[in-house]
Every structure is written in structure tokens, then in C-alpha cells.
Design a binder for this molecule. Structure first.
Ligand SMILES: Cc1cc2nc3c(=O)[nH]c(=O)nc-3n(C[C@H](O)[C@H](O)[C@H](O)COP(=O)(O)OP(=O)(O)OC[C@H]3O[C@@H](n4cnc5c(N)ncnc54)[C@H](O)[C@@H]3O)c2cc1C
Length: 398
């Protein structure tokens, strides 16, 4: 038996990125000891507390993580917040390398009047509440209104549309928190507006998610007429070889637009493009949202939404803000406040432009809050490669 002391590394954050990182490290070097520190008392990050409860197939990725957790050398330290309970310096002094995988926990806000009214929710907080996240157990979510507005054209907006459009009886089979099941069962929401600043060709939806929505019974779609008459620049954008996703979205929305209207739709979902929110008005909850119509300007692939001055007032009683997230700085580590990420080069954390010895980053904290769970796996593979290459180089030099 070898008496060589084991190399110990630490990972901060037990979300998908932290787990994929542990898997890559242990797969390549089974003599490593990997300690993952997680501030919550349960692991898996947004895979547990963000993924919509009516998407159990996505949760199956947890099986992969359980496989990692069973590897010799793997240790999960729950309920430890790095930067509060343990400092970065303490961690660096006790581990030969540190991997930061704390995700993007700060939601982006609209910065408009009325955003702090009751019944204006961030989409992330809604997802956390629906999943029984410990920080959101006491949230008061209220669907005692006919019209909901969702700001943002990403998949998380579609999650909300789907959840609000389902017949409450159909929610029973999924693992919603008890509070969410109870509240959704009494929802009066029948009209849902999904608002995007840019057009259908720029929406960040996945076609698969839109198609799933299209399969829900008793849902009628009203799609902005713009989807049928895109500009020449949009058409050029869609003709690009890498525009498969955008083409799929536009085609699916066109199919929705041409569907015959059902006699007795339970919910009407409207996709309203080229609008930006200016203010939410109301006293005890939203009563209307003011939207400004926009137009697109710029070359294909770089079009920006510019305001036109024309206003629309949309009555509503609940608003969801789903416009993305940014990372949260960790005391003792650098942070790029403009991009909302930790600064890195070749997966190594940069302090004043210079790599901090043996500190790496992986996942949403490094890349920003974009992409699917699987993207973090590829990222972890590349980060592990960088770590092993640097370790090898150090051994060769010494
Ligand atoms: C609402 C929502 C729904 C989504 N749904 C899907 C989906 O259906 N399918 C899909 O493919 N992708 C989905 N995504 C994207 C997916 O969740 C992300 O790609 C992925 O979770 C990013 O992984 P991460 O590990 O970088 O961050 P996270 O999942 O956020 O994990 C970070 C972990 O670090 C912990 N942590 C933070 N700070 C500290 C600290 N100081 N000390 C210790 N621990 C800390 C957090 O508690 C958390 O557990 C969704 C995202 C959101 C926001």
C-alpha cells in the first residue's frame, strides 16, 4: 500500500458544474480526494431548484451525479458557504487546487418603476418556490388574476407559460412543492403574454420547448403578426448556416399562428415581440404594464432593439421577470462587475490580469448564465484538462 499523501482539491458549489468537475477530476485521477462545498443542505443547484418540476426527464441527470458521488475520494460538505463559513484563503491553504462553481445567483432586474410591487416575481424565484427551495418557502405567490405577463424570451419563460397553462389536475403527478400545488390549483390566470424586446428570429427559446408547449391541450396561441413578415435582415439572419435553432423557433411560431382557434381554450398565450417594459402600475399588485414598441437596427446577427416612442398599455395582475442572472462575488476572489462573471483565462481565475495559482472556475459563474445543463459538462472537461496540464507542467519544472 502506498503511503504517498493524497492530493486534495476543493470544489465550491454542488450544482451541475461542481458535480461534472468532480467527475472529470476523479475519472482522470482516481487517487484524488475531491471535497465539494455547498451552501445549501441539498446538492444539485438549479438542477434541483431551477428545472421546472414538470420536467422530470431533465432531473434524471441527477443519476449521473449519484454515480459521481459513489466514486472513492468524493466528499460532499453540505451547509458550508465559502466566503462566510470558510474563507478562500483557508481553502487555498488546505487544498492543492480550488475550483469555483457557484453559478449565477443574482437575478437581473428591469430597473423600472413598479418592479417592487407585490406579484412581480423573478422567474428564478418562481422556479425556486415551485421546487421548494429553502430560501423561498415563505414566498407569497398569488395567481388571483386573469392576466399574467412574462418579460423575456428564454426557456425559463416557457417553463412559466407551461406551468400556468396546465390543468391543475395534470400538475398532481409532478413534484411541485405543496405550496405551489395548492396555489396553482386556485390560479385564475387565463391570458399569458410573453414579451420580447427583439423579434422572433432573435428569441432565445429552444424549439423543443416551444413544441412541447404546442402539445398542451386547451391552449390557444396568438402570435405577433411580425412572425409572418420578417425583415430582409431577419431573413438573412435565419439563412445563416448556424441558425437552425432560430429557424426552428420561427417555423414553430408560424405553425402556432396558423392554427385554427379552439372553441374552448383554457388559456390564451400571446407572443408579443419588439416591446420593452417601461413601468408597472398598480397599488397592491400590478394593474397594467406600459410597453414601448421597438424596432430593430443593425446588421444580420447584430440587430439591436431601439425604442420608437409608441406606447402600449397592457392590463395585467401578475408579472414575471425572466431576463437572466449574474454571478455573485465571493469575498477573497476577483469579480468582473460589468459582465457579472469571475474573470478567467484558460479556465484559471485572474487576479488583476494574472492567474491566481491553482484556482479555476467552471460553469455559469465563469461563462455567464447561458446554455443548458449539458454545456457545463463540456466546460468541466476542458477545465479538468487545463488543471491536469498545469499540474504536469509544475511536476516537470520541480
Ligand atoms: C429557472 C431555471 C431553469 C432551468 N431549467 C433548465 C432545464 O430545464 N434544462 C437545462 O438544461 N438547463 C436549465 N437551466 C440552466 C441550468 O440550470 C444551468 O446550466 C446550470 O444549473 C448551471 O450550473 P452551475 O453549477 O454553474 O450553477 P448552479 O446550478 O446555480 O449551482 C451553483 C451551486 O453553488 C452553490 N453556491 C453558491 N455560492 C456558494 C458559496 N459561496 N459556497 C458554497 N456553495 C455555493 C449554490 O447553492 C448552487 O448549489 C435552468 C436555469 C434556470 C435559472
Amino acid at each position: 500500500m502506498s503511503n504517498t499523501p493524497k492530493t486534495r482539491v476543493a470544489i465550491i458549489g454542488a450544482g451541475p458544474s461542481g458535480f461534472f468537475m468532480a467527475e472529470e477530476l476523479l475519472r482522470h485521477d482516481n487517487s484524488l480526494v475531491v471535497d465539494i462545498f455547498e451552501r445549501l443542505h441539498k446538492p444539485y443547484g438549479l438542477l434541483r431548484y431551477g428545472v421546472a418540476p414538470d420536467h422530470p426527464h431533465t432531473r434524471r441527470i441527477i443519476k449521473l451525479m449519484e454515480h459521481t458521488a459513489a466514486r472513492p475520494g468524493f466528499n460532499l460538505r453540505l451547509g458550508v458557504e465559502i466566503g462566510r463559513d470558510v474563507t478562500i484563503d483557508e481553502l487555498r491553504a488546505n487544498y492543492s487546487a480550488v475550483f469555483v462553481a457557484t453559478g449565477a445567483e443574482v437575478v437581473r432586474s428591469l430597473d423600472i418603476p413598479g418592479e417592487d410591487l407585490p406579484c412581480v416575481y423573478s422567474a428564478r424565484a418562481f422556479a425556486a418556490w415551485a421546487n421548494g427551495h429553502p430560501d423561498h418557502l415563505n414566498d407569497q405567490v398569488d395567481f388571483d388574476t386573469e392576466t399574467a405577463v412574462i418579460i423575456g424570451n428564454g426557456n425559463v419563460s416557457l417553463d412559466i407559460v407551461r406551468i400556468l397553462s396546465r390543468d391543475p389536475a395534470a400538475l398532481e403527478e409532478f413534484e411541485f412543492s405543496p405550496a405551489a400545488k395548492e396555489t396553482l390549483a386556485h390560479s385564475r390566470v387565463r391570458n399569458i403574454h410573453v414579451i420580447g424586446r427583439r423579434g422572433p428570429a432573435q428569441a432565445a427559446f429552444e424549439e423543443k420547448e416551444l413544441l412541447e408547449l404546442g402539445e398542451l391541450p386547451n391552449v390557444e396561441f396568438r402570435v405577433d403578426p411580425i412572425v409572418m413578415m420578417l425583415s430582409e435582415t431577419d431573413e438573412r439572419e435565419l439563412a445563416a448556416p448556424d441558425a437552425d435553432r432560430a429557424r426552428g423557433i420561427v417555423e414553430t411560431l408560424r405553425t402556432f399562428a396558423s392554427r385554427s382557434k379552439g372553441e374552448a381554450a383554457r388559456t390564451v398565450v400571446s407572443f408579443d415581440f419588439l416591446r420593452r417594459p417601461l413601468a408597472i402600475k398598480g397599488t397592491t399588485r400590478p394593474e397594467e404594464i406600459t410597453l414601448e414598441l421597438c424596432r430593430l437596427e443593425g446588421d444580420a446577427g447584430e440587430q439591436r432593439a431601439l425604442p420608437t416612442g409608441a406606447l402600449q398599455r397592457l392590463p395585467c395582475g401578475v408579472v414575471f421577470v425572466s431576463i437572466g442572472q449574474r454571478g455573485k462575488p465571493i469575498p477573497g476572489l476577483p469579480f468582473d462587475d460589468v459582465e457579472g462573471v469571475i474573470p478567467t483565462k484558460d479556465h484559471r481565475v485572474l487576479m488583476d490580469g494574472v492567474p491566481l495559482p491553482d484556482v479555476y472556475a467552471v460553469g455559469w459563474l465563469k461563462r455567464g448564465a447561458h446554455g443548458l445543463i449539458g454545456n457545463n459538462r463540456k466546460d468541466a472537461m476542458m477545465t479538468a484538462q487545463a488543471y491536469f496540464a498545469n499540474r504536469q507542467q509544475k511536476h516537470t519544472v520541480s
